[in-house]
Design a protein around this ligand. Structure first.
Ligand code: NDP
Ligand SMILES: O=C(O)C(=O)[C@@H](O)[C@H](O)C(=O)CO
Length: 271
């Protein structure tokens, strides 16, 4: 499994992980165990997903040493002014004494508490209870304010990113500031991307599924990527993307799919 270096102090994040949004707590236990057995070592959950307990049960049942696993969870919008208590509640639900990555889930600019929330994550990081800290759904504006007003640069920004919504501006800003880009809804969240004819051509060329083509594209442009599936065959298929290469023509064909088509909420206006 490829890893990307997450932080200056050497924390590494597996480049591909399993996302579990919209997975029930019971389903999450089975799904995460299937993924760990398939070789995944990185799980992405959140307080919002209401499945941290199931993720924790799977982590313990797997028998895999904790230090071999990378667990991310996220601070929800309503907890921006109670960060340490919310973090303790997440650890308790997960049954863990630390997480590998803690994220602010959304900046929620209308409530204007994300700078205060980040200071709480800085303390959790300094106390060693999160090996790394980052953000999600931050924009150039909210990231710039965070970097101007606080001490630690976020290690990662998890944003909506897939062939229909390629986020060039954000990826360039991240690269300039040493922030990793992590792609949420990397497969287009089951809303038609994988049926795009351009992917069928590449699928035939490489004898790989459209999902594997898309995930390989993410890997080759340097994204951390967290596809979700509760289907065992797909969970296995999605991690089987490290033994083929998309050539320049293939990458250009996917690049041409960029349509500015956002599928999720707009960080500028939501929360
Ligand atoms: N920070 C944030 O605000 C957000 C974070 N996220 C994170 O990103 C993760 C991934 O995004 P998400 O929106 O869940 O969706 P994805 O883009 O990962 O797509 C998941 C959908 O694609 C289907 N699918 C998965 N693999 C395949 C395959 N190989 N072939 C065909 N279909 C496939 C799944 O079906 P099935 O499960 O039935 O197999 C599901 O319907 C989330 O789970 C969450 O962890 C997501 C949204 C927002
Ligand atoms: O809330 C929704 O409908 C979404 O679009 C998701 O982005 C959700 O807000 C979320 O943050 C999942 O991580």
């Amino acid at each position: 499994m490829n890893s990307l270096r997450l932080y200056r102090d050497g924390v590494e994040i597996p480049q591909l992980g399993l996302g579990v949004w919209k997975v029930t707590d019971d389903e999450a236990e089975r799904t995460v165990l299937t993924a760990l057995e398939a070789g995944y070592r990185h799980i992405d959950t959140a307080t919002l997903y209401r499945n941290e307990e199931g993720v924790g049960r799977a982590v313990r049942a797997s028998g895999i040493p904790r230090e071999k696993l990378f667990v991310t969870t996220k601070l929800w919008n309503s907890d921006h002014d109670r960060v340490e208590r919310a973090f303790d509640e997440s650890l308790a639900r997960l049954g863990l004494d630390h997480v590998d990555l803690y994220l602010i889930h959304w900046p929620a600019p209308k409530q204007n508490k994300y700078v205060q929330a980040w200071r709480g994550l800085e303390k959790i990081y300094r106390d060693g209870r999160a090996r790394a800290i980052g953000v999600s759904n931050f924009t150039v504006g909210t990231l710039t304010r965070l970097m101007d007003e606080t001490d630690i640069v976020p290690s990662i920004n998890q944003i909506e990113l897939h062939p229909y919504f390629q986020q060039h501006e954000m990826r360039e800003f991240h690269d300039k500031n040493g922030i990793l880009t992590e792609a949420w809804s990397p497969l287009g969240s089951g809303r038609g991307l994988l049926e795009d004819p351009a992917l069928a051509v590449l699928s035939d060329k490489h004898n790989r599924t459209p999902a594997q083509i898309v995930l390989r594209w993410h890997i080759q442009i340097g994204n951390v990527v967290i596809p979700k599936s509760v289907t065992p065959s797909r969970i296995k298929e999605n991690i089987d993307v490290f033994d083929f290469i998309l050539d320049r023509e293939d990458m250009a064909a996917i690049g041409a799919m960029n349509a500015g088509r956002r599928l999720g909420l707009d960080p500028e206006t939501s929360g």
